[in-house]
Design a protein around this ligand. Structure first.
Ligand SMILES: [Zn+2]
Length: 595
């Protein structure tokens, strides 16, 4: 396998704080994967940022009495802080309102335009009869033609979730003054997906290692691809870089088009920020690199069809050819890793109905690793999964505290008390050899699962080793070996070696606890690096917070490292606090369970 790995993580939308359903879909799985890949010696570039354009941002800004820019600033910061708290190791987590992003989006647009894959078409746009001015889509309201909901907006229906055009609405009216808009012909740009369908079909037919459901779903979409609008009547978004359009205040690139280009623009920004502006090309135009995209299942189409289509068009590899665009011959996705939904009491988390658990509240009360573990072991990896407090508490108490925390505590406490340092092993018996062999074998087994984003099985295998080590200690009873110090030391050495191995195996899932175990075992320095919030700026633009980190300096490696005999041990403190079981019935007071 190659050494360059691009982890492209779906961009959270900056219209509010993120809840645990969001981070279970894109955040935690991509971080577990990236941490594992770095530990295995790959050169990982993990990028994302907040998605800040589009109507919902404008609507929320109106609701909060802020400008769109103020609202985007507010939630960009909240989300950056939440993701940092979770320990998500982005090489760069940025935002879509940077000048760098605008430039990369416009370059990609121009590449597509030049090759003829972006085409103008006339569409019906709404105009206010009293002022003669263009009405933005979001200022038009009416009845949804699909579900009949009366409060649908010109761009989408919040009730059924379908995207709409203002002209589709029944009984359309202006939200400004209630008048009925006039519809006149206006021009918009469309991505000519039918002209990319043949090339996409050929490319998809080569994706033999994709999950069959994702592949089949994507191939089915090719049969009735239609041109897709990439501009809208909007005032909040990236301007269209063409003569006569650039300064048009009511025409902007559609938010989906600019957001999906964020993977590329964030890579370009990362390269600039790390002092080698061309370094991003190693992940984007190098044939040996591999790219992995992480998202929720509602986003598959963008990553398996539309984004690859945009890249093919830019590269001049669509059905009618063309020239390589301004960004170079860009790599298409190698893997599309989608997760299902985390639900609560059987339905999606919903801010509007108050059925929501915010990341911030969760981190404050339970810390990052318990949530990360829950998402890995019980999250919506391959089916919609209900979050229950009962299960969260059970897994935290029985698996993290009783099994893993207890193993660390027992093994280190006994060695600390009896020896003070890591004891030497002599005359290993079969029972010792067996456990050590099982422990070493876990690196291949779990590594193979993590490579394929099978987080549930991978965490399960690691916990199986932890249980085996607990059983080993119970069976060998080192506390009864006072009169046989060599045997006692051998047992403790074996147990500590497996604690060290298990800690390595659990590092991608529990990076904060892993650092603590590393220090408990007498280690120093950074075992698992964490993201930092840095304030950055760009020429001509305001400062903003980003996540970056010094991950290359971390010590964690995906291998069994022999523990060092004689290394001083410190008295362990509990890794995971046990939670009050009553919480399982009531929920915390900030997210109470109602009967
Ligand atoms: Zn509807």
């Amino acid at each position: 396998m190659s050494s360059r790995v691009l982890t492209a993580v779906a961009w959270p939308y900056a219209n509010g704080p993120r809840h645990i359903g969001h981070v279970s879909g894109f955040g935690v799985p991509s971080d577990v994967f990236s941490r594992f890949m770095r530990m295995s010696g790959h050169d990982v570039l993990m990028v994302s940022g907040t998605d800040e354009h589009g109507t919902p941002i404008s609507v929320q800004a109106e609701r909060e009495g802020l400008t769109t820019r103020q609202l985007a600033d507010k939630y960009n910061r909240v989300i950056v802080e939440d993701l940092q708290g979770l320990g998500l190791s982005y090489d760069l987590f940025t935002r879509t309102t940077t000048l760098n992003h605008y430039k990369v989006v416009q370059d990609l647009f121009l590449g597509l335009h030049k090759n003829g894959y972006v085409v103008p078409r006339s569409a019906m746009g709404a105009v206010s009869p009293s002022t003669g001015r263009t009405l933005p889509d979001r200022y038009i309201e009416g009845t949804c033609p699909i579900c009949g909901y009366d409060g649908a907006r010109g761009d989408q229906c919040d009730n059924c979730g379908n995207q709409l055009d203002p002209v589709d609405l029944l009984n359309p009216r202006s939200r400004i003054n209630g008048e009925t808009p006039k519809f006149v012909e206006t021009e918009h740009y469309f991505l000519d997906l039918p002209a990319l369908a043949g090339s996409l079909g050929k490319w998809l037919s080569e994706r033999t290692d994709w999950r069959p459901n994702v592949l089949k779903f994507s191939q089915n979409l090719l049969d009735d691809l239609r041109p897709r609008a990439i501009t809208r009547d909007l005032d909040w978004g990236v301007p269209i870089p063409l003569e006569g359009w650039r300064d048009e205040p009511m025409k902007r690139l559609y938010v989906w088009f600019d957001a999906v280009i964020g993977y590329l623009s964030a890579s370009v920004e990362w390269a600039k920020r790390t002092g080698d502006p061309e370094a991003w090309r190693e992940w984007w135009t190098n044939h040996d690199a591999r790219s992995y995209y992480f998202m929720g299942k509602d986003n598959i189409v963008f990553h398996s069809v539309i984004w690859p289509g945009m890249l093919l068009g830019h590269n001049g590899r669509g059905d009618h050819g063309g020239a390589v665009g301004p960004m170079g011959d860009l790599r298409l996705p190698d893997e599309v890793v989608s997760s299902e939904f985390l639900t609560m009491s059987g339905s999606k988390f919903s801010t509007s109905r108050g059925k929501v658990i915010y990341v911030r509240d969760f981190l404050r009360d339970f810390g990052p690793d318990a949530l990360r573990y829950f998402i890995a072991v019980a999250g919506p990896e391959n089916q919609d999964t209900d979050f229950t407090w009962d299960e969260f508490i059970r897994r935290t108490n029985f698996e993290l505290a009783n099994e893993w925390g207890n193993l660390v505590n027992r093994a280190v406490s006994m060695a600390h008390k009896n020896v003070g340092s890591i004891p030497a092993a002599t005359d290993l018996r079969d029972v010792d050899h067996e456990l050590l062999a099982a422990s070493r074998g876990c690196f291949d087994i779990i590594g193979d699962l993590l490579k394929r984003s099978r987080f549930k099985q991978a965490s399960g295998e690691a916990m199986r080793l932890v249980s085996a080590a607990n059983k080993y200690i119970s069976d060998t009873e080192p506390w009864k070996l006072k009169n046989d110090p060599p045997r006692r030391d051998t047992v403790l050495h074996t147990a500590l070696q497996v604690v060290s191995d298990a800690n390595t195996l659990l590092t991608p899932f529990l990076p904060h606890a892993a650092q603590q175990v590393h220090e408990t075992l007498g280690g120093s320095g950074v075992w698992a690096a964490q993201p930092e919030i840095r304030t950055v700026g760009e020429e001509g633009g305001p400062d903003y917070p980003v996540l970056m980190g010094e991950y290359a300096a971390e010590q964690a490696r995906w291998t069994s490292t022999p523990i060092e005999v004689g290394r001083r041990l410190t008295k362990p403190t509990p890794l995971f606090a046990k939670l009050d079981e009553k919480l399982g019935e009531t929920g915390p007071d900030w997210a109470p369970l109602s009967g």
